[in-house]
Design a protein around this ligand. Structure first.
Ligand code: ZN
Ligand code: ZN
Length: 127
């Protein structure tokens, strides 16, 4: 069993077949996806509300992270929170490690942050 599935199993949440499917699918994808595109890619077999419920559980377990891209919620599976940069011309997405550190903020706990990064990819820049 892969790590992500183990994490869910150990957490006390039920590792149901749909949850296993969603995790395996997210692992096969290198780009963040909307819940709807996960729904579509899994052949509409798992209903959208259980996809959202599962994603929320995975988020709590810190194996899935949410990112807002073009005002829509996208989800990706990862061991670590990171960022994505999107090409404004073609929509190509690349992962960027997070270098932000907020440990100096003493008056807050459980700090989260978002970054909206866009640019022009090298392929588009050469056109
Ligand atoms: Zn591009
Ligand atoms: Zn970050």
């Amino acid at each position: 069993m892969n790590n992500y599935l183990k994490i869910v199993q150990k957490s006390g949440y039920k590792l149901t077949k749909p949850r296993t499917k969603i995790i395996k699918f997210l692992e096969s994808q290198s780009m963040p996806l909307t819940a709807k595109s996960i729904y579509r890619s899994l052949g509409y077999k798992i209903d959208l509300s259980s996809i959202y419920r599962s994603l929320n559980i995975f988020k709590k377990l810190n194996i899935v992270f949410e990112e807002e891209i073009n005002r829509e919620a996208y989800y990706y599976i990862s061991k670590k929170h990171h960022h994505h940069i999107i090409c404004r011309k073609c929509g190509y997405i690349e992962c960027i490690p997070c270098t932000s550190n907020f440990s100096h903020v003493k008056n807050f706990k459980d700090i989260s942050h978002k970054l909206a990064l866009t640019g022009i990819c090298s392929k588009c820049a050469n056109e």
